[in-house]
Structures are given as structure tokens and as C-alpha cells.
Design a protein around this ligand. Structure first.
Ligand code: ADP
Ligand code: CP
Length: 316
């Protein structure tokens, strides 16, 4: 099978952890431990988040006295692709000797007129108290919003339209390589009036980009892995209950939090609606169990899933 796995920012940096390289490298090794069995049997594309990391780089850049202007978010997004891509590349190569692994810088086309530029929703960087966030907003011109128990900076997150390097990713997959791409949702770009690509100030949602990419690659499965075993209905209430199997229409009839579960649900529904394939949201540690139908929230056109008929290896 051809599988696209979207690795949550939580997989790379758990809440409360300091964003030191060695902390994230250890988390990446744990992620790769979970994904390696999939790579051994299937064609595998790994995408990843960059919310915490791109916020750290933005702060560094804004504090650098040598710069006249801080680096814009397209440049910072490319930096996170290089950094996280390198960690994933090395961990995969160590865990899958003999297998080719490619980690590529890539761009995601968005629409210049997307209203999301004017209504920032994408959380970046670390968590602050309400008072700290208010001060940062006034000192640095940030937009800040509540995220769970704290406050974080938000930036515009236009909808991904197409991964520019889709053909290259397909070629790499067909050659047998594991491909790490679409990091941070891909570097956001538009085409100018001459048709040239040009970066824009935004951070694309990696789950939505993963759905666009998975569909364009004719993937069989889209796995969105994060720090919860299932999507919960009535999240945050005493009636919270795991959703095990669902149809896209069933999931879309429920409400999910913008900026966290909302885009993941949107991504898996979109993939299943467009392809008739299987998509799931679950825990990073359970990637193999999700495919076996033993964990996660599994979304299919009819809300049923038979691992024996779906999860066979794809001929390369
Ligand atoms: N309905 C829900 N079911 C489960 N988790 C939810 C739900 N709504 C919000 N969440 C929160 O979403 C988080 C996962 O989203 P997010 O933090 O954006 O993940 P990642 O960074 O891994 O992509 C969970 O840790 C949980 O706190
Ligand atoms: N770009 C992006 O979606 O990052 P996170 O998954 O870390 O929020």
C-alpha cells in the first residue's frame, strides 16, 4: 500500500518540553521506531508539523541585532523543514539500513486572496500566560489566541491547494524511497502574475497539506498521528467518548476545536471523500495497530474497516 503519515508537532515536542535539539532528536527516534514497521512493508511518505519550532526560530530572528528585518515565515518554514527533515532522515536511515530515504524542501501553493491571511488561526511557538501574551502582542505586534490552558501566537494559515513537488515525490516513492516532505505543511507560496513562485508570510496546516498530497499521490491510506488514541466526541465534557469508526459525513456533523482536532478531522474527511480510501487519527505509538484496525478513529466511506482486505502490501 501507499501510506501518508502526518506526524503531529506533539510527536516532536511534547507539551512542557524545552525545544532543545537533543530533546527533539530523542522524540524523532521514538516516532521513527513506531513508523519503521510501516516502511518495511509499504510505500511511505512522512509529513510533519512545525508549529513549536517555527515559533522558536521566529523569536530568534526577531531578536537578532544583525538583521534589519526578521526572516519571513516562508523562510522560517523552510528552515524547519531542513532541521526536522534532517532529524527524520537520519533516524530513518539508522533504523532502515539499505532503504533509501529522501527529505525534501518543498512548497505548497496557496491562494493570495485566501481570507485566512487576515484571520490568523495557526498556533506557533510556546505557550504563555494571558498577561505575558498580552504584553508580547503589544510589544511585538503579534496576534495571540487561547490554546487550551494558555495563550500562543497565531499566524495566517491559508488552505493548501497543491504541493508543488508532487511529481518528484511520486518518482521518489516509485523508486522505493521513503519520502519525508510537506514539513510544516510545506513552505507557503503563490504564483505571481508571471507564473513565478513567491513565498508568503504564513504557516500552512500540515494535516490539510497531507490530505491534498495523499490524494494527489493516489495514496491508499492517510494516517494522522498525534498524542491521543482516538478522536473524542464531546471532548472536554464528562460525556467524552472515543469514536472508533465513522464516515466523513458522520464526523462532519460534529464540532471540533479549530487549531487542533478540527483540521485533522477536516483532513481525514477530505481524503476519504475524494478517494474512497481509509484515513485515521490516532496515537503515534499505535501506527501499526491503527492499520490493523485495533486502535485510532478510523474513517471510511461506509464507516466499516476490514484490515485483512485493505492493509496488504503494495507491489513496487
Ligand atoms: N475532540 C477531540 N478529541 C481528542 N482530542 C482533542 C479533541 N479536540 C481537541 N483535542 C486536542 O487536540 C490535541 C491534538 O491536536 P494538536 O495539539 O494540534 O496535535 P499535533 O500537534 O500532534 O498535530 C490533543 O492533544 C487534544 O488535547
Ligand atoms: N504546520 C503545522 O501544521 O504544524 P503543527 O502540526 O506543529 O501545528
Amino acid at each position: 500500500m501507499r501510506i501518508v503519515v502526518a506526524l503531529g508537532g506533539n510527536a516532536l515536542l511534547q507539551r512542557g518540553q524545552k525545544p532543545d535539539a537533543e530533546v527533539q532528536e530523542a522524540n524523532v527516534r521514538r516516532a521513527v521506531e513506531s513508523l519503521a514497521p510501516l516502511a518495511a512493508e509499504h510505500e511511505l511518505v512522512v509529513t510533519h508539523g512545525n508549529g513549536p519550532q517555527v515559533g522558536v526560530l521566529a523569536l530568534q530572528s526577531a531578536s537578532d541585532p544583525h538583521l534589519t528585518t526578521p526572516y519571513p515565515f516562508d523562510v522560517l518554514g523552510a528552515q524547519t523543514q531542513g532541521m526536522i527533515g534532517y532529524w527524520l532522515l537520519q533516524a530513518m536511515q539508522n533504523r532502515l539500513p539499505g532503504r533509501q530515504v529522501a527529505a525534501i524542501i518543498n512548497q505548497t501553493l496557496v491562494e493570495a486572496a485566501d481570507p485566512a491571511f487576515a484571520d490568523p488561526t495557526k498556533f506557533v511557538g510556546e505557550m504563555y500566560t494571558r498577561e505575558q501574551a498580552a504584553r508580547l502582542a503589544s510589544d511585538r505586534g503579534w496576534v495571540v489566541k487561547p490554546d487550551g490552558d494558555g495563550w500562543r501566537r497565531v499566524v495566517g494559515s491559508p488552505r493548501p491547494q497543491r504541493v508543488v513537488e508532487t511529481r518528484l515525490i511520486r518518482l521518489l516513492l516509485e523508486s522505493g524511497a521513503v519520502v519525508v516532505c510537506a514539513g510544516g505543511g510545506g513552505v507557503p507560496v503563490i504564483r505571481d502574475e508571471r507564473g513565478d513562485l513567491q513565498g508568503v508570510e504564513a504557516v500552512v496546516d500540515k494535516d490539510l497539506t497531507s490530505a491534498v498530497l495523499a490524494e494527489a499521490l493516489d495514496a491508499d491510506v492517510l494516517l494522522v498521528v498525534t498524542d491521543v488514541e482516538h478522536v473524542l466526541r464531546d471532548f472536554g465534557t464528562p460525556d467524552a467518548a472515543p469514536i472508533l469508526r465513522e464516515t466523513p459525513a458522520g464526523l462532519r456533523s460534529l464540532d471540533f476545536a479549530a487549531g487542533s482536532m478540527g483540521p485533522k478531522v477536516d483532513a481525514v474527511c477530505r481524503f476519504v471523500e475524494l478517494t474512497g480510501g481509509m484515513a485515521a487519527i490516532g496515537s503515534l505509538d499505535d501506527a501499526v495497530a491503527i492499520l490493523a484496525g485495533e486502535s485510532g478513529t478510523i474513517v471510511t466511506p461506509n464507516g466499516r474497516y476490514d484490515a485483512a482486505t485493505t492493509a496488504g502490501p503494495r507491489k513496487r
